[in-house]
Design a protein around this ligand. Structure first.
Ligand code: PLP
Length: 827
């Protein structure tokens, strides 16, 4: 449909004033006229909404300006497609980035409202599971900060990831109700809705010129409706859009059916459509669960691509310029079906020929790989794709034919290599491999740390890398220093500013100026004082949530992340048991008091992960209540790990546990947040730990354990870990305590199988890394006892983490993948 041209000199309102007085007046006005509440009876949630609405208008001023500029200049746009955006709370981020934190605080003071109290009321947008989703959120903020015109595209899950509660130490999953009070940050765009189809059949149509065009006639339809959230960069540099899609039925109610008395049946279609955007990671243990997941992926991919192509045509009028004006980044393979969808839109809707469409598609897409674990590489049964997306299946076959021809004729691949690069896995039930699809349809593929990128080239994509050399590159992850230092740790931010000036706030690599102060006893004392205050706050939270008393003078040893066997919370817990045993056996020794903090969610169908949570809680109960321990060791598991909890825990950590089985953590970003906030890392040579060690110096980290190569070698020999256990009395005793029921007297066999796995195959090398890990922990104790040395190391960690900013990562994507300019500094 023809669109009206954009008129840039249309009248604009005056930008909103930014003074305390103006804010105060407007918060009152929003409360009265938008929330509809008399200030005399307004509740805290009403004030929260009114405050966000008032500040939002300042954000909108920048938003309009950013958008007008992109339309005016015709600059290239970046589209970041991700099934997850773990953005957390938005209020502190937005207020702080546009520089209105203090004025708002004062305005609210004048109204007798406490900003801190309001901030705690804001729900976390938990639209993600872990690192991958948090990365997407950091990237959005960085793209705004370095002024890249960008959109995030994802799903507006009504319930997001589940809320975790504990029941007798077991995880229980409850729906997250983040929208219960509405969401004042978002704008529903009814006018931006697209039809999404599923099922049906494909009809070849003979064109007058003799060519054949394909028409897909889906049997099911629903609408994708856009909800937009503005994302402000640091100092308001630019405001980009996070566009999340919500599924809605085309016919909300079948009135005939309803009037016939079939009330439920009349609404069934509606419920089915809406189910698509209800929850993140529906359990996929059943075929219905798997299908829902594929529906989610196609739903948001299709809506996003229709929107991108519509916007491009509206502005530029031709499709040939797509790669010059559009870059689409696939965050893992979840949106990889976009490649087939783009081909369908270009050919079936716009009549392009195959060769042209394929060239444009590859010019536009690039793909980030986040995992090499075979069970995590997405694939879909051919039969399911054929039924749900018949036209896309045809296109995937056609792409595959082209790739396999090249592999045979150009690269001279043998049958094994052909089978390896094929988009179709022919072993057993035929499946479409989404990693292969994403790879062949992209001009650039990146890993997320140096080590992970190398492993990618050697393992899953070895043959594709031979076939298409130079597509793979590394873009080591980063985190936004605004959220993960300036906002979550105001005490440290103030201290650093006092010492080296505020320049680091705009150029985070200036943190390196702290190096010169690392040995200064006065600065060390101040640094430790800030950490102590953060630990007091965390101790208060632990008391409030768990009723466990911990001393802020103890060493706070923290492992917070999704619960997974490869992340090896089990190694940490077993070491805690061994340590507990040693404290009891040797009361005469000078033990360093420690608090072990855990948090993290387990996937609902991942039994061992849930069992590890229960084990942690079982052990915590025994250790925390054993008078013989004399408070020298405490173990706590904080429920419902999310961004807000991370923002409280990380600034209070002394020791950061990054102990994954080497070769299995693609990058990690938690590791970066901790070090930035002055925690020392105990970790393996895995993911970005490797590069962190180079940045901070090996003498400022506690590295232990097998390397990725050694792990691969042991696995290939199927070596049994018996020796590792027999030769380590401490490990043996700890394992026997756990498996014999010392911590589970109500069910002594609860952990028998879990521990049995360590004797049997020990896939994750828990037993084989135990001794070096325990030694590293005692090394930690030794350094902690020399507090000046510890503090110097902590300062050096903060000083050298500037490179791990997502601004740097995004600048690399911009220069090396997207081909878009960047610029720094506020508007
Ligand atoms: C940073 C972050 C993660 C990723 O942590 P890793 O330790 O890298 O796995 C996961 N969840 C939340 C809430 C985070 O903030």
């Amino acid at each position: 449909m023809p669109q009206k041209p954009i008129v840039f000199d249309a009248p604009q309102p005056e930008p909103r004033a930014r003074t305390v007085e103006a804010l105060k007046a407007e918060i009152l006005e929003r409360l009265t006229y938008s929330v509809g509440k008399d200030p005399a009876v307004a509740r805290p949630h009403d004030w929260l909404t009114a405050t966000i609405l008032a500040v939002r208008e300042r954000v909108i001023d920048g938003w309009m300006e950013s958008s007008r500029e992109t339309w005016r200049t015709g600059n290239k746009r970046v589209y970041y497609l991700s099934l997850e955006f773990l953005i957390g709370r938005l209020m502190r981020d937005a207020f702080s980035n546009i520089g209105l934190m203090e004025p708002v605080r004062q305005a609210l003071d004048g109204l007798n409202v406490d900003l801190k109290e309001l901030m705690d009321l804001e729900p976390d947008a938990a639209l993600g599971n872990g690192g991958l989703g948090r990365l997407a959120a950091c990237f959005l903020e960085s793209m705004s900060t370095i002024k890249i015109p960008a959109y995030g595209y994802g799903i507006r899950y009504a319930h997001g990831l589940f809320r975790q509660e504990m029941s007798e130490g077991w995880q229980v999953e409850l729906p997250e109700e983040w929208l219960a009070h509405g969401n004042p940050w978002e704008f529903e765009r009814r006018e931006s809705s697209y039809e999404i189809g599923f099922g049906g059949h494909v009809e070849p149509v003979q064109e007058p010129d003799g060519s054949v065009r394909h028409e897909w006639h889906p049997s099911e339809h629903l609408n994708a409706v856009a909800f937009d959230t503005p994302i402000v960069g640091w100092r308001g540099a630019r405001v980009n859009t996070l566009r999340l899609w919500s599924a809605q039925p085309i016919d909300p109610i079948l009135l005939d059916k309803f009037n016939e008395g079939d009330h439920i049946g009349a609404l069934a279609e509606s419920a089915k459509a809406e189910a698509i955007t209800r929850v993140l990671y529906p359990a996929d243990a059943t075929p219905a669960g798997q299908e829902l997941r594929l529906r989610q992926e196609f739903f948001f991919s299709s809506a996003s691509l229709q929107d991108i192509v519509r916007r491009h045509l509206q502005q530029f009028g031709d499709l040939g310029s797509l790669p010059d004006k559009v870059a689409i980044q696939l965050n893992d393979t979840h949106p990889a079906i976009s490649i087939a969808e783009m081909m369908r839109i270009l050919m079936d809707t716009h009549g392009l020929r195959w060769a042209e469409a394929w060239k444009l598609t590859k010019g536009v897409f690039s793909y980030t790989n986040h995992t090499l674990m075979p069970e995590a590489l997405e694939s879909w049964p051919v039969a399911l794709l054929e039924r749900l997306l018949p036209r896309h299946m045809q296109i995937i076959y056609a792409i595959n034919a082209e790739v396999l021809t090249e592999a045979r004729t150009v690269a001279g691949f043998n049958d094994a290599q052909i089978a390896n690069v094929s988009l179709i896995d022919e072993g057993g039930q035929r499946r479409v491999r989404m990693g292969q699809l994403a790879f062949v349809g992209s001009h650039a593929i990146n890993g997320v740390s140096a080590l992970h990128t190398e492993l990618m080239k050697k393992t899953v994509f070895a043959n594709l890398n031979t076939l298409y050399p130079d597509r793979i590159s590394n873009k080591t992850n980063g985190v936004t220093p605004r959220r993960w230092l300036l906002q979550c740790n105001p005490g440290l931010t103030r201290l650093i500013t006092d010492r080296i000036g505020p320049a680091f706030q705009d150029d985070i690599e200036r943190l390196a100026d702290l190096e010169a102060h690392a040995e200064d006893p006065n600065f060390q004392a101040q640094f430790a004082k800030v950490k102590h205050a953060n630990k007091q706050a965390l101790a208060a939270l632990i008391k409030e949530r768990l009723n466990v008393t911990v001393s802020p003078d103890a060493l706070f040893d923290v492992q917070i992340k999704r619960i997974h066997e490869y992340k090896r919370q089990l190694l940490n817990v077993i070491e805690a048991v061994a340590h507990y045993s040693a404290i009891r056996a040797h009361p005469e020794r000078n033990w360093v008091p420690r608090v072990k903090v855990f948090a993290g969610k387990a996937a609902p169908s991942y039994w061992n992960a849930k069992l590890i949570i229960k084990l942690t809680n079982d052990i915590a109960r025994v250790i925390n209540n054993d008078p013989a321990v004399r408070g020298l060791l405490k173990v706590v598991f904080l429920p419902n790990y999310n961004v807000s909890l991370a923002e409280t825990i990380i600034p209070a950590a002394d020791l950061s546990e990054q102990i994954s089985t080497a070769g299995m953590e693609a990058s990690g970003t938690g590791n970066m947040k901790f070090a930035l906030n002055g925690a020392l890392t105990i970790g393996t040579l895995d993911g970005a730990n490797v590069e962190m060690r180079e940045a901070v110096g090996p003498e400022n980290m506690f590295i232990f354990g097998l390397t990725a190569e050694e792990v691969a070698e042991k696995r290939s020999r199927s070596e049994v870990p018996r020796g590792a256990i027999d030769n380590s009395p401490a490990l043996k005793e700890a394992l026997e305590m756990i498996s014999s029921g010392v911590f589970s007297p109500d069910d002594p066999n609860r952990y028998r199988e879990l521990i049995g796995g360590l004797y049997d195959h020990d896939w994750f090398m828990v037993a084989r890394d135990f001794d070096t890990y325990a030694d590293a922990q005692r090394q930690v104790d030794t350094v902690w006892a020399d507090r000046r040395r510890w503090n110097a190391m902590a300062i050096r960690n903060t000083a050298h983490m500037g490179w791990f900013s997502s601004d740097r990562t995004i600048a690399q994507y911009a220069a090396e993948i997207w081909n878009v300019p960047t610029s720094r500094g506020g508007a």
